[in-house]
Design a protein around this ligand. Structure first.
Ligand SMILES: [Cu+2]
Length: 225
């Protein structure tokens, strides 16, 4: 089990590529080995009819069936990979529909990039609520990050979760995830944004829901609480 639903999706796709790569690689090398042995040149082998000769068009081999089989197989394999890739990209880049009902069961957080740090603001916290330099989330909950920047273009990446998006001034890009395991994960800026770019990293704490609720109650000016 991966550390988040997005990492899970990523590894499913990765394993599909890996599996097909290994199977196809094995078949290709097996056939190649077989043909090398079976058709290796011996002194007694006569020149094949279609041997290339300067100044003469090669004889037509009539291998239409082989051609059709190989084109069809390649089309099927590539379609599976292309369809699988776009389907995962679509799932990762669209906020799940169940988050769009009110009250939303999902947690929405604004992530703001500024040279050279990140600040996280929880939705539903009162005006003037403090931003947080690290991101704390409960496991098992869908979290939506609305990512933007106040100066230059940054990129918010949660490496182990396999998700990233640009933080662009005047624009909001959205990514989402659902943490499946507690732990500390690295959030890093992946867009060269100045001479201290390399220091622009922070942590994501995926906490068990009870610890998160306790932290949230004591550290945020929760509206109506
Ligand atoms: Cu940056």
């Amino acid at each position: 089990m991966a550390v988040s639903n997005t990492a899970d999706l990523f590894f499913q796709l990765w394993n599909t590529f890996l599996f097909l790569g290994i199977v196809i690689g094995a078949v290709v090398f097996a056939v190649m080995g077989f043909l090398l042995v079976k058709y290796r040149a011996k002194d007694s082998t006569p020149e094949p009819e279609d041997v290339p000769v300067m100044g003469r068009l090669p004889a037509h081999r009539g291998h239409v069936r082989t051609l059709l089989v190989s084109v069809t197989l390649s089309t099927i394999i590539l379609s599976v990979l292309i369809f699988g890739t776009f389907s995962v990209i679509d799932q990762i880049s669209s906020v799940p529909p169940q988050c769009n009902v009110t009250p939303s069961p999902c947690m929405r957080i604004n992530a703001v990039g500024e040279r050279f740090f990140w600040t996280f603001y929880y939705n539903g916290t009162g005006t003037g609520a403090a931003g947080h330099p690290v991101l704390r989330v409960p496991t098992g909950k869908t979290v939506i990050l609305d990512v933007t920047s106040v100066d230059v273009v940054h990129n918010l990446t949660i490496i182990e979760y396999k998700i990233k998006t640009d933080a662009v001034p005047g624009r909001t890009n959205t990514i989402w995830f659902n943490s499946t395991e507690t732990g500390t994960f690295r959030i890093q800026c992946f867009e060269l944004c100045g001479n201290q770019h390399w220091t622009m990293y922070t942590s994501l704490f995926a906490m068990d829901p009870t610890s998160f609720a306790n932290w949230f109650r004591t550290n945020n000016n929760v509206t109506g609480a």
